[in-house]
Design a binder for this molecule. Structure first.
Ligand code: ATP
Length: 601
């Protein structure tokens, strides 16, 4: 058929305008489209602001005339759903007159049907039945892919592990920023496949030690996967036995949600000494338990609250009126729920490691990281095993290991005392009785029982075991599991609302790749004819609409609606007009999508 100008693209050419009755831009003097379409406007005296020719003036083209491309410049319609939900909707689209003119359209559809009551172009050489009986414009049912289904929204509630969505977003943004921190000068540009070293602790002032070794933690990016890692550097380390690395090999095979995964270890001279570097997974903005819960005691400003307080728990502060305030002045008490959560997470990590027959050796407030709301992970695993590697006989090593397993539980007990009492030395003899009183005052008795079990001295025939501990805390484990599942549900729901982001970005990237490539102007497969032309017109339709004064319309909901429909390949049709108004195409989103995929490929 003649008006299928490009059958292969299925775009419908409507007409070549033969006269120029209207200026390009919409103005209040523009002729009312109701006159053009219906021959009269029932809102003429009721506020319609467009020009209505006097009754004796020459009649406008009858409705059966070919629709001019200029008609596209008629008042821009905005999808109803978008307009009512978007703050920045185009005012012009909803002037009183238009509101009246398009009032009917709101009775159930998204678009002004009357705008689509077009008649196929007049084709003197090929009048056919379509001309005489134009097919009705059928509104396509919405594709379910177009919109995220609305689910009950609990994103504003504060769950145990996941803060309200607004806070979560802030955390994630801050983490993203931390990952991209620019490397300061003075550090190696590249070292064993890592670059962009950024120290994670102050490098001035007192030097930090791990055991007898000076140690610094850096964030660096690994070349092979582009991901950030936390590298702990041990200065002036001499590797005596290659077998020392077997500890790292073992730890790199242990995966547990409460253990910072170990990646690899190597020695290097890149720091102008013999350094040992152990690479761990990096958790942006992580703070140690010490930083979060104990630092204020040393006079440093307290870190931001760990966001660990469930709304009902409140935060209690030791004040001078508390009998226990003699222990430490003005230090916030960790809510019992948070404390149990820490205990369950650490116990579960210890169980995982003890099952391999190995000790953890890093149960310490300065080595346990808080990586999210109430989420903790034991860090720096394996490094002590590497540094203190010695060649023991099998029997010696079994006995040594057994001692270290008991030691893990004792360290754990000390940590529970420290966290419950808010002071790192709460378990030591001078403070022990006061600490017990304190725990009796603020927490349920089972917390004290657990702490006492953990720091008790093992009998010759009765060793402490992590399994026994797990049995003691079973009800708390169940509560923790429920919280973890709730967190998964919450995250999945949040993820759903972000689902369209990736799709839209991919579409925008494709637009960017395809449009405006003058260097390919002479390339027949590329030039702005055919499919590429449709894509260009669609780009204009989505992004470059202007109002009656020629000002750009910045209507995000229009853009998002169009892109969503394009992505879903909706059957809905859209009218595209060239910039010079010489041609006008009606194509479906589905067809535009096919054009775009083709051009992109
Ligand atoms: N895997 C990791 N991901 C993100 N940050 C980490 C990681 N490991 C350590 N850090 C951060 O590096 C910093 C230094 O860690 P380190 O273990 O030396 O703590 P520290 O408080 O300085 O302990 P110490 O007093 O023993 O030196 C801490 O702020 C910690 O949050």
């Amino acid at each position: 058929m003649a008006f299928f100008a490009r059958p292969q693209s299925t775009a419908v050419r409507i007409s070549q305008p033969t006269d120029d009755p209207e200026p390009r831009r919409d103005t209040v003097q523009r002729q009312c489209r109701n006159i053009v379409i219906y021959g009269h406007c029932k809102y003429q005296d009721k506020g319609c602001q467009y020009f209505h020719p006097p009754p004796d003036a020459p009649a406008s083209p009858p409705p059966t005339a070919a629709l001019s491309a200029h008609a596209i410049n008629a008042p821009i319609f905005v999808p109803k759903a978008a307009a009512v939900t978007h703050d920045d909707y185009d005012e012009f689209s909803y002037t009183a007159a238009d509101a009246a003119a398009v009032d009917d359209l709101t009775s159930g559809g998204y678009y002004d049907d009357s705008q689509y009551q077009y008649v196929p172009p007049y084709d003197p050489n090929g009048i056919d039945s379509l001309y005489l009986h134009p097919p009705p414009f059928l509104r396509q049912p919405l594709n379910y892919l177009l919109y995220t289904p609305s689910l009950p929204d609990d994103s504003s509630t504060n769950t145990h592990f996941i803060p309200p969505a607004s806070q979560l977003r802030q955390h994630l943004q801050s983490q993203s920023e931390s990952i991209r921190t620019v490397a300061p000068p003075g550090l190696p540009d590249e070292c064993q496949g890592y670059h962009s070293f950024v120290p994670l602790e102050p490098t001035s002032g007192e030097r930090r030690k791990l055991g007898n070794w000076y140690s610094t933690v850096y964030r660096a990016i690994r070349v092979s996967d582009g991901r950030p890692y936390a590298l702990r550097r041990i200065e002036n380390y001499r590797l005596m036995h290659q077998s020392a690395f077997s500890a790292i090999e073992l730890w790199s095979s242990i995966r547990h949600p409460s253990i910072v995964p170990v990646q690899e270890a190597f020695t290097t001279k890149a720091f102008n000494d013999n350094s040992l570097l152990v690479s761990y997974a990096y958790f942006p903005d992580a703070q140690t338990l010490y930083d979060v819960h104990f630092k204020s005691i040393n006079g440093a400003p307290p870190p931001p609250p760990p966001s660990s307080v469930p709304p009902s728990a409140g935060r209690r502060t030791r004040g001078p009126s508390d009998p226990a305030s003699e222990m430490e002045p003005q230090n916030s008490v960790i809510p019992e729920r948070t404390l149990w959560s820490y205990i369950v997470q650490i116990a579960s990590a210890i169980k995982k490691v003890h099952e391999t027959g190995n000790p953890v050796r890093m149960i310490d407030a300065t080595k346990i990281l808080v990586t999210g709301q109430n989420r903790i992970r034991i860090s720096s695993c394996g490094i002590i095993d590497l540094l203190m590697h010695n060649s023991l006989t099998l029997q010696q090593s079994i006995e040594y290991n057994s001692t270290l397993l008991q030691e893990d539980l004792t360290l754990f007990g000390r940590l529970v005392f420290s966290l419950s009492c808010g002071t790192i030395h709460a378990w030591t003899a001078p403070q022990f009785q006061k600490s017990l009183d304190w725990m009796t005052r603020w927490y349920q008795p089972d917390l004290k029982s657990v702490a006492l079990y953990l720091i008790s001295k093992p009998g010759v025939h009765k060793l402490k075991t992590i399994d026994h501990l797990m049995e003691m805390i079973r009800p708390k484990v169940q509560a923790e599991m429920e919280e973890a599942l709730l967190a998964t549900d919450r995250l999945q729901q949040d993820l759903l609302s972000e689902l369209e982001n990736a799709r839209l970005v991919r579409l925008l990237c494709k637009f960017g790749f395809i449009n405006e490539r003058p260097e390919f102007a002479l390339e027949p497969r590329w030039s702005e004819t055919g499919d590429r032309y449709i894509i260009k017109l669609f780009r204009d339709y989505v992004f470059h609409q202007v109002d009656e004064h020629g000002n750009p319309i910045v209507n995000m909901s229009h853009v998002l609606t169009c892109l969503n429909k394009l992505d879903a390949g909706s059957e809905e049709k859209v009218m595209l007009v060239s910039r010079d108004d010489t041609s006008c195409l009606v194509v479906s989103y589905k067809e535009i999508k096919a054009c775009m995929e083709g051009a992109f490929r």
